[in-house]
Design a protein around this ligand. Sequence first.
Ligand code: TYD
Length: 199
Amino acid sequence: MKIQKPSLIVFEGIDGSGKTSVSKLLLSYLQDSGNEVQWFREPADSRWGRKIRELANLKESIPIEEELEYFIKDRQWNVKNNILPGLRQNKTVILDRYYFSTACYQGARGFSIEEIIERNTAFAPAPDITFIIDVDVDTALKRIKRGRDYEAKLFEKRDFLQKVRANYLELRAPGIHIIDGTPPLDEVFDRVRNKIDSF
Ligand code: TYD
């Protein structure tokens, strides 16, 4: 299927939802159909993004205000260096996490979801389509434990993820599709592909 105009396609969901795998299947599908597509993830590869990953691996926490600033600075870098250049070159850009992650995760830490979204839309282009890959927290935690042999990381605590999931399910913005991430990966991808094909 040939995409007609450069589009920004975003994948969101709690840790363990499978969004990274689904987003990469979409990347291959669109590339195989002759589209120019780029895939980026957030946290990105800026110095703030690297710092966030480092802290999460060390299971260290920083004040939540500082955490929020890091995510936003990292995104500013990603918009400027990856997302806008890709769209300007008429490419389709797929993102594994974007500002809805900040809204739902840092929102679960007590910040206002509306304010986070406002701060981000001031500099970040709005997605054309956003897939929220939704699974319940127990399923997500089982998948995380299967894949990694260390204890749940900073962001992966049960109660916290429950709040994050509730925030995702309450998000209201144009172009949001909630996709059940519980079935096998190829079925989840089929549902995403159907939406893209009709988009
Ligand atoms: P994740 O997509 O899980 O990265 P990876 O699996 O490649 O290490 O993202 C890392 C964590 O960062 C994840 O728990 C969600 C969290 N996060 C936020 O809290 N706010 C944000 O704005 C972003 C982009 C991520």
